[in-house]
Ligand binder design. Structure first.
Ligand SMILES: Nc1ncnc2c1ncn2[C@@H]1O[C@H](COP(=O)(O)OP(=O)(O)O)[C@@H](O)[C@H]1O
Ligand SMILES: [Mg+2]
Length: 344
């Protein structure tokens, strides 16, 4: 569920409506399905007896995790496993591009895996019709996530959304295999991307191998060739999806469904253990006064955690007077006081 809680923000309002319409237009195995289009509702806020007006959309719940979580917390993928998911990823992207949409925020945080190892696109907040601003396939608005942005996406410059999606897909592929991004940002100053600007990808690979102390042959030549093309400095040199699908890397061997499911059952278990551990650690970190006040009011730990983060962000430490009051006052009142204080 995606919630927008400021109904007066017209830009946010248009965005969530746009995302809802896009979800409605899509129907594909690798695209998360919408369950309820943009609707208005009420949400328990803080203090908990107050209700706030919100707009929200509900999509099917993807019960695995972000591709990011799997890679960051359970390790990078072998080439065969990466190929298994990259195939699904290309199927989803091909569907979007064929339906004349560009995603414009492709990244490992916006791709999820469900417990059946089906990859799902999420987050259509920046998605647009691929014909662009003036029906010439070009965009000029600055959208996306910096480390995934193609070099031509710069303020005041026009870009082809399809080519920008392909560039970001190249970065996702690299992260799946190596477990870290290829460069910080695709610009002239970047110590890694600069080799692509000079059309010297072989030097990029030497530097990567040296910097990360990889052994010779740490990735296949077929993968290097595909990646080099996908992140080419010149958008026109980047392959389209058909070319990627036909690439020698993608035609290599793929694990059987059962092998993938066995491996990802173990990975998902690790992720769940990590989530539980983090929740426990967070509980310890919550300020005892907020924790007690929250518990007394029947507020769950996640909400306590959000509230606690908000307070800590503002004060680093809870002001002493609340501690003093905490000893004397009803926890309900402490909590409302703190919230009023923080949101002032
Ligand atoms: N359908 C879903 N099922 C499970 N988790 C989801 C789903 N959609 C989003 N999420 C989680 O919420 C996060 C934020 O959602 P997203 O749509 O990407 O919003 P934002 O525009 O804030 O990035 C995602 O990175 C993912 O972890
Ligand atoms: Mg997102």
């Amino acid at each position: 569920m995606k919630i927008q809680n400021n109904l007066f923000d017209q830009i946010e309002d248009a965005q969530i409506q746009n995302e809802s319409n896009l979800y409605l237009a899509f129907n594909h195995e690798n695209i998360t399905q919408l369950i309820k289009p943009a609707s208005q509702g009420m949400l328990h806020g803080f203090p908990p007896n107050e209700l706030i007006n919100v707009r929200y959309i509900v999509s099917e719940y993807i019960n695995g995790g972000e591709l990011f979580d799997y890679i960051a917390y359970t390790g990078k993928f072998s080439e065969q496993v990466a190929r298994y998911f990259f195939n699904q990823f290309m199927n989803g992207l091909s569907y979007l591009h064929t339906a004349c949409y560009v995603h414009r925020d492709i990244k490992v945080e916006n791709l999820m895996l469900d417990s059946n190892c089906i990859l799902k696109f999420i987050d259509f907040g920046f998605t647009a019709r691929s014909q662009g601003d003036n029906n010439d396939g070009l965009f000029s608005d600055f959208k996306g996530t910096e480390s995934y942005l193609a070099p031509e996406v710069r303020p005041g410059q026009q870009y082809d959304g399809i080519k920008v999606d392909i560039f970001a897909a190249g970065i996702v592929l690299f992260i799946m295999l190596l477990g870290h991004p290829p460069f910080y940002k695709a610009n002239a100053q970047d110590p890694f991307y600069r080799y692509f600007r000079k059309n010297r990808p072989e030097d990029f690979w030497s530097v990567i191998q040296h910097n990360y102390s990889y052994n010779q042959g740490f990735v296949s030549d077929e993968f290097k060739q595909l990646f080099n093309k996908m992140v080419d400095f010149k958008p026109a040199n980047r392959p389209n999806i058909q070319m990627i699908m036909q690439s020698s890397w993608l035609k290599g061997p793929i694990p059987k469904d059962d092998e993938i499911k066995d491996e990802f059952k173990i990975r998902l278990k690790k992720l769940e253990e990590k989530r539980i551990k983090e929740e426990e650690e967070q509980k310890q970190k919550n300020h005892p006064i907020i924790h007690d006040a929250g518990n007394n009011l029947g507020i769950g730990d996640i909400q306590i955690q959000e509230l606690d983060n908000k307070i800590m962000k503002k004060f680093k430490k809870i002001p002493g007077k609340f501690t003093y009051k905490g000893l004397k006052m009803d926890p309900k009142l402490i909590l409302s006081n703190i919230i009023n204080y923080v949101t002032q």
